[in-house]
Design a protein around this ligand. Structure first.
Ligand SMILES: Cc1cc2nc3c(=O)[nH]c(=O)nc-3n(C[C@H](O)[C@H](O)[C@H](O)COP(=O)(O)OP(=O)(O)OC[C@H]3O[C@@H](n4cnc5c(N)ncnc54)[C@H](O)[C@@H]3O)c2cc1C
Length: 485
């Protein structure tokens, strides 16, 4: 720990503000909301870190980034080394810096926020996530990335099913060991939810594209438009000569409301709404390539981060009135406050304590409104949150030209057909030995949202890294392959 006087000097530095796009401007574009730091501002913010030896921020990070170590390097002006410090433990630091809910991970534990200053003045935690994004972006944009060295081939072939954060981390870690990796995905391009879900205003896609180019230089192959379970099975993959398979298929099945009228046109599952709103037609399967005409009134059902992504996408698609319908109050909402604030700043309306009863359609079968009912909160349910109870005779209609349903994601039961012998539980999540990430079928590993349920980019990434270590050890235990590629 720096000496007391040094700690006080650091605590006296106020948090450096981060510039954002003005809401009126950003409603009309798809660029990221945060404009980021410049170098001097980043160094000043890094100086707010008091370099505490226990580093609770590092403990709270699912991949245990050495945050104080990186910030010391940044403060000393060695930005590339700071970026490399994050890359030692994370495959996607520029993405995690943008997407992690830092307030409940690293920043939630930052000692600076709990420090008592002489003038009793309270300061927020160090802006860890945005500094992580800054140093790693700076490194990429200023020629600081190390030269890619392709290792000697090991002769082992690994199939990776699902090219989301878990699969990308497995591919990178195994390719660095010389194993030949092929990623398969049902979508046309790799990235998983990073591409097919998270909107551009939260994550500029050039960040992901740089990572994919890096994997390409490591000779990682990608095969798109391929459903494991429909087009190919895991048995087929072994028959084709793969020595191990990693299943990182996520939890991509959008929850359904099961209320009358859900099949009307103009009602979308959140993912379809987001990808059609955010991606170029050539990045989508043929049946999703028509432009999304959302009309003037858009209703989004659900109160998590996906719902905020949908309402803000609707704003950018030109909707005049966008309403988020949520069955509890704001205090019970699970998503990030920052995202809700962004939505509010962009003019989104929140209709709390409300459930949809049924959808109303016109003669053409297109949605025109949502009949809703007002709720009140009762006793806590099994999640610990107060249960919403309907208020009799409180029905009302919200006009809607389009609706997005964003009430959560589940794992796809297709995994049972894709991978005979792989044990799943009643939520269709894959069961793994948490120390080896091996499933009940030897040579088949799994990790990310298809094991944990819908979670975070960083937890999928952490799983992928640990699974890659286990797969490498497993391959090491096999007889050496005859054919080296
Ligand atoms: C709209 C949205 C916004 C989100 N925002 C955030 C955020 O801001 N911050 C955050 O930390 N997390 C966020 N998340 C959660 C995060 O994206 C996921 O936790 C993370 O992507 C999980 O990674 P994964 O690799 O396990 O799965 P995924 O990213 O879901 O990737 C799985 C891949 O497997 C493919 N696949 C599935 N089944 C098959 C099959 N049978 N055959 C072939 N391929 C298959 C899918 O097409 C997909 O590409 C968000 C999620 C959504 C949906």
């Amino acid at each position: 720990m720096a000496k007391d006087v040094e700690v006080q000097r650091r605590l006296a530095i106020s948090r450096v503000p981060i510039n954002k796009q003005d809401p009126e401007l950003r409603k009309k574009n798809w660029d990221e909301v945060f404009l980021g730091f410049d170098l001097d501002a980043a160094k000043t913010e890094a100086m707010r870190c008091i370099q505490c030896p226990t580093a609770p921020c590092q403990q709270a990070c699912p991949v245990h980034n050495d945050i104080p170590g990186a910030f010391k390097l940044l403060e000393d002006g060695d930005v590339f080394a700071a970026a490399e410090k994050f890359r030692e433990t994370s495959n996607l630091p520029e993405l995690c810096g943008r997407l992690c809910p830092q307030e409940r991970l690293c920043e939630g534990e930052c000692v600076v926020a709990f420090a008592i200053r002489p003038d009793s003045h309270q300061e927020p935690p160090v802006t860890i996530g945005k500094l992580e994004a800054f140093v790693t972006d700076y490194q990429r944009r200023n020629g600081g990335m190390p030269i890619v060295v392709v290792p000697e081939p090991s002769g082992f072939n690994v199939a990776i099913v699902g090219a989301g954060p878990a699969g990308l981390a497995v591919a990178e870690e195994l390719a660095k060991q010389g194993h030949a990796c092929t990623m398969y995905d049902a979508w046309p391009e790799p990235g998983g939810v990073l591409l097919y879900g998270i909107p551009n205003f939260k994550l500029s896609k050039d960040v992901l594209q740089d990572k994919l180019k890096y994997l390409d230089r490591l000779n990682v192959k990608f095969v798109g438009n391929t459903w494991i379970g429909k087009d190919v099975t895991i048995d087929d993959l072994f028959a084709q000569g793969f020595h191990a398979v990693f299943v990182g298929t996520g939890a991509s099945l959008g929850g359904k409301l099961s209320v009358p009228g859900e099949n009307l046109t103009g009602i979308f599952a959140a993912t379809e709404f987001l990808v059609r709103g955010n991606l170029r037609p050539d990045q989508l399967p043929e049946h999703m390539r028509d432009g999304l005409q959302v009309g003037e009134d858009v209703v989004v059902i659900g109160g998590g981060d996906t719902s905020m992504d949908c309402v803000r996408t609707a704003v950018r698609l030109g909707a005049k009135r966008v309403t988020c319908v949520y069955r509890r109050t704001e205090s019970e909402m699970l998503g990030r406050t920052e995202e809700r604030n962004h939505a509010r700043e962009e003019g989104v309306d929140f209709q709390f304590l409300t459930i949809p009863l049924h959808f109303i359609g016109n003669d053409d079968g297109h949605v025109t409104g949502v009949e809703c009912q007002q709720m009140e909160l009762g006793e806590p349910d099994e999640s610990g949150r107060r249960r919403p109870i309907p208020i009799p005779h409180s029905e009302f209609i919200i006009p809607a030209d389009s609706v997005a349903i964003a009430i959560g994601y589940n794992a796809d039961p297709i995994i049972k057909d894709a991978a005979p012998g792989v044990q799943t539980n009643r939520w269709n999540l894959v069961e793994v030995d948490k120390s080896t990430f091996m499933t009940s079928r030897p040579g088949v590993f799994a990790g990310g949202d298809n094991v944990n349920g819908a979670d975070l980019v960083v937890t999928a990434l952490a799983d992928g890294r640990r699974a890659a270590t286990a797969i490498h050890e497993y391959l090491d235990s096999l007889p050496p392959p005859n054919l080296r590629r």
